[in-house]
Design a protein around this ligand. Sequence first.
Ligand code: PBG
Length: 309
Amino acid sequence: MRRMVAEHRLHPADLILPAFVREGISEPVPISAMPGVVQHTRDTLRKAAVEAVEAGVAGIMLFGVPEDAKKDAAGTAGTDPDGILQVAIRDVRAEVGDDLVIMSDLCLDEYTDHGHCGVMDADGRVDNDATLERYAEMAQVQADAGVHVVGPSGMMDGQIGVIRDALDQTGHEDVSILAYTVKYSSAFYGPFREAVGSSLQGDRKTYQQDPANLRESLRELALDLEEGADMVMVKPALPYLDVLAKIADAVEVPVAAYQISGEYAMVEAAAEKGWIDRDKAIMETLTGIKRAGANMILTYWATEAARGL
Ligand code: PBG
């Protein structure tokens, strides 16, 4: 009876797998704060993509982790056609073709030596407009590599418009934009910083949102839609389900939510201690995110959860 009257139902096609690929390693490297998640080699990333397809997962969101020596102030590796993310996009596209929606993180923090999502001005602040120029270049190289969807996550003002123009002007009209529209400055990104080997100096409060604000998210939404976002995302998920519900009510485009590294770590850590039932907790969080209004959920459990479904 419960099954029959259920108001919401998870499906493998709701799920998107975020995956890290690291340059210059021959074995996958475990991420200690995210038990079960690794920095992939190029080979194991291909395998993970195939497994995701087999489980029915809809998409993969790729993050590149360059060699430390290649990080610099401008995040040059992010726009190198042979940079690790571009190589990984080509690898995954060659392996699974169009069986998986291939998405890429479009942000500089994986590539900068200071760990910020943009380039800095002379006073050591993130320079919004100079960063937009870098994002335009990133959009082009990622699209050239064969990505289906770019995911700008840097929260610079005007990023969606600039990226849309860059894609259109370089013959990539078909590449979609999944905008990280609502992105809070969150403590729950902690484990991600290890995952991408980032040593962030300072914080992201000049460009990520204050957890105290809800109305601000609706303003971010209006801007992104006007600038050409095809899909919008709320991030993190669990502490912001009210925001997700508001956004889902307000739009006519698909809505994604990102169950981030710290959300994953919380459940895994409590389960490891025997304090909660891991599998039930995972499904409960995913169902809650869907109920709040997400059409798509980025989760590190995507392949496992899809298999279970
Ligand atoms: C920025 C980016 C971050 C995440 C995804 N894209 C980190 C940040 O904004 O600090 C976090 C994802 C996670 O924590 O799982 N490139």
